[in-house]
Design a protein around this ligand. Structure first.
Ligand SMILES: Nc1ncnc2c1ncn2[C@@H]1O[C@H](COP(=O)(O)OP(=O)(O)O)[C@@H](O)[C@H]1O
Ligand SMILES: CC(C)(COP(=O)(O)O)[C@@H](O)C(=O)NCCC(=O)O
Ligand SMILES: [K+]
Length: 254
C-alpha cells in the first residue's frame, strides 16, 4: 500500500512515503535532496525504504532531471506517474489559457490548499503563496476556480540578479528592516517587501473580484522567511504539495 509522493522544484527534491494514497495518510519516511544530488537517492535514502506500490509526483525542473529521478526508482516495480495540469482536478477548475503550461507544482499546491480550506469550514476564496526558487501567488475563488496567478523571482534570484547587474551590490544577507540603513538590509528588505506587496495586491484583486474575504495560505521552503512581513494573517502549511498529491492519488489509484 506504500505511496511515494515527490515534489521536484528548481532547487530541491522533496519526497515522502505514506502508508496509503489517501488524504490524511501517515508519512512513514520523508526527505529532501538538492537537485545536484538526486543520483544518490537509489543507493542512499531510498535504499532503506519498503518498496512503494504507487508513486505520484510533480516536477518543474525539466525532463533531464525527471529522467534522473525515474532512474533512481528502477529497482522498484512501480510505474512513475507525474501530474500534468489539465482543465480540472479534484474539485478545482483551471483558468490558465493553456492549462498544461501551468507549473505542476502550482496546480498540485492549489489542490492541497482548496482541500485544506474546505476542511476548515465554508468555502472561501484563497490567496495561495508558494515561496520556493520562484514565488507564485495564486487566486482561487470560493467555487474552486483558479482565476490566475503571479510569478516573481524568489529571494535568491532577486539577490543574484542585483549582484550580477551592478558593481556595488555584492554583500552578505541582511535583515528585514522598515527603514534599511545599510546595503545588506536594503537588499533583503527590498526583496521581502516586493513579495509582500505583490501578495497584498493579489489579495485586493481577489477581494474585489469575489466580494469575499480571501483565506491566506503560504507554503514552500522559504515561506517561513516571509511570514513576519505579510500585510494579512497567513497560515503557513509546510506540506501543501504532498497534501495535493494525496488528494489526486486517492482519485487515481483508488
Ligand atoms: N535549508 C535550506 N536549504 C535550501 N533552501 C532553503 C533552506 N531553507 C530555506 N531555503 C530557501 O528555500 C528555497 C528553496 O525552497 P524549495 O521549496 O525547496 O524550492 P523549490 O521547490 O523551488 O525547489 C531556496 O531558494 C532558499 O531560499
Ligand atoms: C513558476 C515556477 C518556476 C515555480 O518553480 P519553483 O519555485 O517551485 O521551483 C514553476 O511552477 C514553473 O516552471 N511554471 C511553469 C510556468 C507557469 O506556471 O506559467
Ligand atoms: K516548489
Amino acid at each position: 500500500m506504500g505511496f511515494l509522493a515527490i515534489d521536484v522544484g528548481n532547487t530541491r527534491l522533496k519526497w515522502a512515503l505514506y502508508d496509503a494514497p489517501r488524504p490524511g495518510a501517515t508519512a512513514q519516511a520523508h526527505g529532501v535532496e538538492f537537485l545536484d544530488h538526486v543520483q544518490r537517492l537509489a543507493d542512499g535514502a531510498w535504499s532503506q525504504l519498503p518498496e512503494p506500490t504507487s508513486m505520484l509526483g510533480c516536477v518543474v525542473a525539466g525532463d533531464a532531471v525527471k529522467r534522473l529521478i525515474e532512474e533512481q526508482m528502477d529497482a522498484w516495480e512501480l510505474t512513475p506517474h507525474w501530474v500534468v495540469p489539465g482543465a480540472e482536478e479534484a474539485g478545482l477548475v483551471n483558468g490558465y489559457e493553456r492549462p498544461e503550461r501551468l507549473g505542476a507544482d502550482r496546480w498540485v499546491a492549489m489542490v492541497g490548499a482548496r482541500h485544506h480550506m474546505l476542511a476548515q469550514g465554508a468555502p472561501r476564496p484563497i490567496v495561495l503563496v508558494m515561496v520556493g526558487t520562484a514565488v507564485t501567488v495564486e487566486a482561487i475563488d470560493a467555487e474552486g476556480r483558479f482565476l490566475g496567478g503571479l510569478i516573481l523571482p524568489g529571494h535568491g534570484i532577486m539577490l543574484r540578479a542585483l549582484e550580477s547587474g551592478t558593481a556595488g551590490l555584492s554583500v552578505p544577507t541582511g535583515e528585514v528592516q522598515l527603514f534599511p540603513t545599510n546595503t545588506s538590509d536594503a537588499l533583503t528588505s527590498g526583496g521581502t517587501y516586493a513579495i509582500a506587496g505583490a501578495v497584498e495586491r493579489m489579495w485586493q484583486h481577489l477581494r474585489a473580484h469575489t466580494g469575499q474575504e480571501p483565506a491566506c495560505l503560504m507554503t514552500g521552503g522559504a515561506g517561513w522567511k516571509m511570514m513576519p512581513s505579510m500585510t494579512r494573517p497567513f497560515e503557513l502549511v509546510e506540506n501543501l504539495i504532498f497534501d495535493g498529491l494525496l488528494e489526486i492519488a486517492a482519485r487515481r489509484f483508488a
